[in-house]
Design a protein around this ligand. Structure first.
Ligand code: URA
Length: 297
């Protein structure tokens, strides 16, 4: 077919407009970076993952008392697993998450379980699982909100700008995630373990889906104190509903009976990057961590 120059120009203009509209739509959907030359069909990958999982289940012995291993929760055998169902955050899924987390006997079991856990929709769009960083024997467990872009790429929590600020703040009170000595180290995690698209706040359903794993992590680490960075972990772990500016600096309690852990609410480092004047409040909170830490020892 021959196209005259005017027609050709008109066509490239239309294509450019379409491309621009597509780009704008992608940005509105939360895309904020290009990570490859070719588009990735995440739905197809998820279907593939589900089919592999169904195969594993099908091959596993069907006894109900079979122990849960490598993060695969026994589910009814799906004979026709070629089409993946959309992942939803139903009560059933939260129940599955709870069973899966409860069956874990070590932090390594938790990691294995999370590597194959796909009931949290965030795991389908994230590049990597970001579960923990630091010393697994630490006396202090810090819980943030959700991994961001740098964390997603490196597969570790708090490695971006807010993580660098957190490391500095910790060093001022003699603590570090890199220390091998449990006495002066911390372990860091989040309320969700996959980056929410576009760095949005994780939804309540997403944090509830990950909560059984956070609870199990606390049980396995048995920290002497928990520090919640920002409103999301504070509200999730203490049941408080007020905003972080009202809650910060206050000590709460997590758990019951023999597993009662003091919890401090403080400001999130990314908030401090946006509002540097508030660093003085965070400083007071960190002094409070140090004082409590010395008193518990
Ligand atoms: N903000 C968080 O809450 N967690 C991270 O891991 C990084 C940034």
């Amino acid at each position: 077919m021959r196209i005259c120059k005017a027609e050709n120009d008109e066509m490239s203009q239309t294509e450019a407009i379409n491309d621009l509209a597509l780009l704008e739509w992608q940005i509105a959907m939360g895309a904020d970076e290009t990570i490859g030359e070719e588009p990735a069909d995440w739905f197809a990958r998820s279907a593939e993952k589900m089919a592999q999982k169904a195969m594993q289940i099908e091959q596993a012995p069907s006894s109900p008392s079979q122990p849960v291993s490598a993060g695969v929760l026994p589910r009814p055998v799906q004979k026709t697993a070629s089409v993946a169902k959309p992942v939803t955050t139903s009560q059933d899924n939260v129940g599955d998450a709870r069973k899966l987390a409860q069956a874990c006997k070590s932090i390594d079991d938790l990691i294995k379980a999370l590597e194959t856990f796909d009931a949290c929709a965030l795991s389908r769009t994230a590049t990597n699982l970001c579960f923990i960083d630091g010393n697994k024997g630490a006396r202090i467990l810090m819980i943030g909100e959700a991994p961001g872009r740098d964390e997603d790429l490196q597969g570790k929590p708090f490695v971006g700008r807010s993580g660098q600020l957190l490391d500095k703040m910790l060093s001022h009170i003699g603590l570090s995630r890199h220390s091998e000595n449990p006495q002066d180290s911390v372990l860091i995690s989040n309320t969700v373990f996959w980056r929410p698209p576009g760095n949005r706040k994780p939804s309540e359903a997403e944090t509830l889906m990950c909560l059984p794993f956070v609870n199990k992590l606390i049980e396995l680490v048995a920290p002497e104190m928990i520090v919640c960075l920002g409103a999301t972990p504070t509200q999730r772990l203490t049941g408080q509903t007020k905003g972080i500016t009202r809650l910060r600096g206050r000590w709460f309690s997590y758990g019951e009976n023999e597993l009662q852990v003091p919890v401090l609410a403080t400001l999130h480092p990314s908030y401090l990057l946006r509002q540097p004047m508030q660093k003085k409040l965070a400083w007071r909170d960190f002094i409070s961590i140090k004082t409590k830490f010395v008193n518990i020892a």
